[in-house]
Design a protein around this ligand. Structure first.
Ligand code: G1P
Ligand code: ZN
Length: 542
C-alpha cells in the first residue's frame, strides 16, 4: 500500500525563508510537492503515531496538495492528520489547532497575500509543535534535504473526502476533517469581551470587514456576524475563492482601495477592516482615519489591558526592526521591554514561548500575541473592537489622543517591485560597503548619526542572524532602512522604510508623504535607486 517513488533533487526552499513559495505551475510539476513534503518529513524525527495538522487558505491547488500531504503523512508514519473542512485553515487557526490538540506540527498551504489562481502563487510551510513557523535549523535541514533527496513514500489510497466532517482511515493513519473555525472562535471568545462588543453592535456601531475572497471569510462571518451580532453584510467577499476573485489579497492601501475610499467618504461606517489571503495580516481604518500597522501595534500594546485575556498587563512587546519605534515609547511608559527582531514572524516565537513578550507586530500589517505563534488578522480586528467598546470613543479620537500623549512616528514604506535581481543585490552590496563612511556626512541637509547592517542576537536560543537590513539613522531620530524582500516570487523587491518622530502636537496631522518628503528624497538619491534600477517612483507606497 505504501509506494516508494524514485525522484531527484530539486530547486527547493531557500535558506532563511519559512516555506517554499513558487508559482502554481512550478508546484504542478511531477513530484514537486512530494519532494518538498518528503524533505520536510526527512528533516523531522520521532513523529511516529503523532498528529499533523494540515490546511490552507483555499487558493488554487490547495486541495490537490492536501491530498498528497495526507497520503505522504500516512506513509511516513503519522498517527493522525487533522485537516480543516474543504482544506481550509487560516494560518493563525492552524497555529491554534496545533497548540490546542498537542500536534507534532502542521503543514500550511498558502502564499499569504500573494495572488492565487492557475498562474498565481502557491506555498507550503512547516510549523512546529508550538504552532509557529519552523526555526532556521529545521528550515536549513529541509533545504539541505531538497538537494540530496532521491525518493519519497506515499500511500496508494483514494483521495479523502475533505468536505465531510469526521474521521476516516488512510492506511494506518486516521484523518479527522474538522470544522476550521470552531477551535479558533473558542480561543477568541476567551481573550476578548464579547459581551461588550455585542453591546457595541447592538447600539448601532457599524463596520465593514473585507475578507478579500480569501480565508478569513468563514471566520469573520461566524464570529463578527454570528457570535457578535453585527448585521448580515458586515463581512464582504466572505467566500474563499481559488483565485481570490482575481484580486491581490493584501490588505494595504493599494489592494484594499475600495475599503479605504469608503472609509474616507461620507458613508463610512465606524470601522473598516480587512485581512489577507491566509488570514494573518490586518488592516484597520476608522472613519476618516487610517491606522498604520506600526501605530496599531503601539496602540494595542497601550490598551491591551482592556481585553480580558490581557487584563493582567503585558510582559513585553516585540517588533520587527523595520517597524516604527512607536511601540518602544509605549514599552518605556509601561516599564517593559520592546524587543527588536529581524523581519518575519518566526523570531517572535522564542520571545513568546518564554514569556518575554506578549504582543508582537510588524509594519507589514501583522499583529498578534502569545495566544498563537503566528500573526493573526482577525485577532487584531477583535482587539480593536474590544478597545473601541471599552473606551466608547472613535478610532480617530483614540489615534489622535495617542499621538498627543506619545508623539507621532511618521512612517511610510516604499516598495520597488520586480526589479532586476542583480541590480537590487548590487544596490544593497554597494550601500553596505558605504555604511561605515556615512556617519558625519550630510544628505539633503540632514546629518547621518550612525549606520549599520542589522543583526539579531536571539536572547532565548543565542542564535545570531545577520544582514537583516541596512539602517541609516539621521539626527533628530529619523531613519531610513533598506532591505530586499524574502517572500517575492519574481525578480527582486526593494523595500525602503522611512520614519521620523514628531513630538509637537501642532504638527502631528500631516499626510506622511508630505511630512516625510525630505527623507523620501534622500531615500532615493542616497543609493541612486533610479540609476541602478531604472525606477524613479516606488510601485507600492504603504
Ligand atoms: C514580508 C513582510 C514581513 C512579513 C513577511 C511574511 O516579508 O515585509 O514583515 O513577515 O512578508 O508575511 P518580505 O517580503 O519583506 O521579506
Ligand atoms: Zn499572510
Amino acid at each position: 500500500m505504501i509506494r516508494t517513488v524514485a525522484t531527484a533533487p530539486f530547486d527547493g526552499q531557500k535558506p532563511g525563508t519559512s516555506g517554499l513559495r513558487k508559482k502554481v505551475p512550478v508546484f504542478q510539476q511531477p513530484n514537486y510537492v512530494e519532494n518538498f513534503v518528503q524533505s520536510v518529513f526527512d528533516s523531522l524525527s520521532d513523529f511516529e503515531g503523532e498528529t499533523l495538522v494540515v490546511g490552507g487558505d483555499g487558493r488554487f491547488y490547495n486541495r490537490e496538495a492536501i491530498q498528497k500531504v495526507i497520503k505522504m503523512a500516512a506513509a511516513a508514519g503519522f498517527g493522525r492528520v487533522m485537516v480543516g473542512k474543504g482544506g481550509i485553515l487560516s494560518t493563525p487557526a492552524a497555529s491554534c489547532v496545533i497548540r490546542k490538540h498537542g500536534a507534532f506540527g502542521g503543514i500550511i498551504l498558502s502564499a499569504s497575500h500573494n495572488p492565487g489562481g492557475p498562474h498565481g502563487d502557491f506555498g507550503i510551510k512547516y510549523n512546529i509543535g508550538n504552532g509557529g513557523p519552523a526555526p532556521e535549523k529545521i528550515t536549513d535541514a529541509i533545504f539541505a534535504r531538497t538537494k540530496t533527496i532521491s525518493e519519497y513514500r506515499i500511500a496508494d489510497v483514494p483521495d479523502v473526502d475533505l468536505d465531510r466532517l469526521g474521521i476516516t482511515r488512510v492506511a494506518n493513519m486516521v484523518v479527522d476533517v474538522i470544522d476550521p473555525v470552531e477551535d479558533y472562535a473558542e480561543l477568541m471568545a476567551s481573550l476578548f469581551d464579547f459581551e461588550a462588543i455585542r453591546a457595541l453592535f447592538a447600539g448601532g456601531f457599524t463596520m465593514r470587514f473585507d475578507a478579500m475572497s480569501a480565508v478569513t471569510g468563514p471566520y469573520a462571518k461566524a464570529i463578527i456576524e454570528g457570535t457578535l451580532g453585527a448585521p448580515a453584510g458586515t463581512v464582504i467577499n466572505a467566500e474563499p475563492l481559488p483565485d481570490f476573485g482575481g484580486h491581490h489579497p493584501d490588505p494595504n492601501l493599494v489592494h484594499a482601495k475600495d475599503l479605504f475610499n469608503l472609509m474616507m467618504g461620507s458613508e463610512a461606517p465606524d470601522l473598516g477592516a480587512a485581512s489577507d489571503g491566509d488570514g494573518d495580516r490586518n488592516l484597520i481604518i476608522g472613519r476618516g482615519r487610517f491606522v498604520t500597522p506600526s501605530d496599531s501595534l503601539a496602540l494595542i500594546a497601550a490598551n491591551a489591558h482592556l481585553a480580558p485575556g490581557y487584563k493582567g498587563g503585558i510582559a513585553g512587546i516585540a517588533r520587527s526592526m523595520p517597524t516604527s519605534g512607536a511601540a518602544d515609547r509605549v514599552a518605556d511608559k509601561l516599564g517593559i521591554k520592546c524587543y527588536e527582531t529581524p523581519t518575519g514572524w518566526k523570531f517572535f516565537g522564542n520571545l513568546l514561548d518564554v514569556g518575554l513578550a506578549t504582543i508582537c507586530g510588524e509594519e507589514s500589517a501583522g499583529t498578534g500575541s502569545n495566544h498563537v505563534r503566528e500573526k493573526d488578522g482577525l485577532w487584531a480586528v477583535l482587539m480593536w473592537l474590544n478597545i473601541l467598546a471599552a473606551r466608547g470613543e472613535s478610532v480617530d479620537a483614540i489615534v489622535v489622543d495617542y499621538w498627543r500623549g506619545y508623539g507621532r512616528n511618521y512612517y511610510t514604506r516604499h516598495d520597488y517591485e520586480e526589479i532586476d535581481a542583480s541590480a537590487a543585490e548590487g544596490l544593497i552590496a554597494d550601500l553596505r560597503a558605504r555604511l561605515a563612511s556615512l556617519p558625519g556626512q550630510s544628505f539633503g541637509g540632514l546629518a547621518v548619526e550612525r549606520a549599520d547592517d542589522f543583526a539579531y542576537d536571539d536572547p532565548v536560543d543565542g542564535s545570531m542572524t545577520t544582514k537583516q537590513g541596512l539602517r541609516i539613522f539621521f539626527e533628530g531620530g529619523s531613519r531610513i532602512v533598506y532591505r530586499l524582500s524574502g517572500t517575492g516570487t519574481a525578480g527582486a523587491t526593494l523595500r525602503v522604510y522611512i520614519e521620523r518622530f514628531e513630538g509637537d502636537p501642532a504638527r502631528q496631522d500631516q499626510d506622511p508623504q508630505v511630512a516625510l518628503a525630505d527623507l523620501i528624497a534622500i531615500s532615493r538619491s542616497l543609493p541612486d535607486i533610479a540609476g541602478r534600477t531604472g525606477r524613479t517612483e516606488p510601485d507600492v507606497i504603504t
